[in-house]
Unconditional design. Structure first.
Length: 465
């Protein structure tokens, strides 16, 4: 899996061309070509020693705005212009550099733009870095970072601030439509009071623009320092789109992670850092837990529903053999489900095939299932997959007597039909917690033999009396 944290591992494919850059408050941006990640505040547009004449174009059809190479810096006031990173391989002339041999860096000094677009095709790596990078539009919406047609990974190492010039909420998007990774190494935050008023301030799409496949991931190595939701989605139903969104690196993420439309989010933060403040997993969504420190008992998880009787699984948490301890688990019917529909909805917890025999654990403080009539309470609840009945443990930290009833809401895959082949037994255990285990349901013939033996024993006792 591409857990990319070392910036020296970049393998990319792009040359760098800037089109229509707008910066505010007199801030500057600079280029350098050379060592990947090289500081370039001492470089400027007129430093052609680091540019070949083939690569520098002043054609308005190629550039959008003609580069002014007669001044030390190219400073433009105002807000709302895009930065385009990319040009076709023809700009490199007849000699295309080998992968990993040429790097182009864009340093920014506290600039404000409306979007950043990676659209490269050649073998030169791109890396945006420097001071804060603020994305700002008049209406607080739109796609702020797009990666398309790029044959290598693209890096953004700035801290990113989301803002809008209006008083409304923020609803921005990040999109990767390529086979390569889009990697953010800085922190994300929201400016001002919009932090609490924006319900879905950032949505990340992994999708295909051509209808074939997209396998590039979006990787966040910093902290998500905002309230409300980070939404992870996959565009369309193409099964070849195997892209994932990774939450890793240092810094606690405070937002709610919302995963929907068959998207996959991977929790891989460094030890002692939490991947999210809470979770909402929609029908088809998957959250992969890569270590036991990713989720805490303070994190609530909500599974939001299937849409018809033909579907049953509303979302999946893939534990990869790790212990998972969460707060309240809520299984909620989709708003589109008719009242009293009585459909089955199962929230899947997959222990995984890793670490079997080592006593893996799933614990929660509370389990609730929508009781409005939309769901069939006799068939809806938690679906436990890859469960080792001899070693794994499932329990609640709720010590109330009523928590024994959670056994009615827990189902196991691979053990047959509940109530026919197996049942779930609730019993007190360590710390007076309720533990839920599988118990076999005797065959009718076995029951008949048991009752027959009891009847004979009773008859013998009665005859002796």
């Amino acid at each position: 899996m591409p857990f990319v944290t070392n910036m020296k591992k970049i393998i990319s494919a792009s040359a760098l061309l800037i089109m229509g850059v707008a910066v505010s408050n007199g801030a500057n941006y600079y280029f350098s070509q050379g060592v990947q990640g090289e500081a370039s505040y001492n470089r400027n547009w007129s430093d052609l020693n680091n540019w070949s004449t083939v690569e520098v174009s002043t054609s308005t059809s190629d550039v959008g705005n003609v580069w002014n190479t007669n001044v030390a810096t190219e400073t433009v006031t105002g807000v709302g212009t895009n930065i385009y990173l990319g040009y076709g391989s023809a700009k490199l002339g007849t000699t295309v550099p080998a992968l990993g041999t040429r790097y182009l860096n864009l340093d920014v000094k506290d600039i404000v733009i409306s979007s950043l677009q990676f659209q490269d095709r050649s073998n030169v790596a791109d890396h945006v870095k420097g001071e804060d990078l603020t994305f700002e539009t008049a209406n607080g919406s739109g796609t702020i970072v797009t990666k398309s047609r790029n044959y290598g990974a693209s890096y953004v190492s700035n801290n990113i601030i989301l803002n809008t010039t209006s008083a409304g909420a923020i609803s921005y998007k990040i999109s990767n439509t390529t086979t390569q990774d889009l990697i953010f190494n800085g922190d994300f935050s929201i400016n001002g009071t919009m932090n609490s008023g924006s319900w879905e301030p950032l949505t990340v799409y992994c999708q295909s623009s051509t209808g074939t496949s997209a396998r590039g991931n979006v990787i966040f190595n910093g902290a998500m320092n905002f309230n409300r939701c980070l939404v992870v989605e996959k565009s369309g139903t193409n099964p070849n789109i195997t892209s994932k969104v990774y939450l890793q690196g240092t810094g606690n993420n405070t937002m709610t992670l919302k995963v929907r439309n068959n998207a996959i989010a991977v929790l891989n933060k460094d030890a002692d850092y939490l991947a999210a403040g809470a979770y909402e997993i929609y029908a088809g969504g998957v959250v992969e837990v890569m270590s036991s420190t990713q989720v805490s008992s303070a994190n609530n998880i909500k599974s939001v529903g299937v849409f018809s009787s033909s579907d049953t699984v509303s979302g999946t948490m893939l534990m990869h053999g790790n212990n998972v301890s969460v707060g309240t688990i809520t299984i909620s019917a989709a708003s589109s489900v008719a009242a009293n529909a009585g459909i089955t909805q199962l929230f899947k917890f997959d222990f995984g095939t890793e670490m079997m025999g080592n006593g893996r654990e799933l614990s929660f403080s509370k389990l609730t299932v929508d009781a409005s009539g939309k769901l069939d309470l006799s068939t809806s609840g938690l679906l436990i997959v890859n469960y080792d009945e001899l070693n794994d443990k499932i329990f609640t930290t709720n010590t109330a007597d009523s928590a024994a009833d959670y056994a009615d809401l827990i189902f196991f895959e691979g053990f047959g039909e509940k109530g026919v082949d197996y049942d779930v037994l609730a019993s007190r255990g360590e710390n007076n917690y309720w533990y839920y285990t599988i118990t076999s349901v005797p065959e009718p013939a076995t029951l008949a033999a048991i009752f027959g033996a009891l009847a004979m024993a009773f008859a013998v006792v009665h005859r002796r009396k």
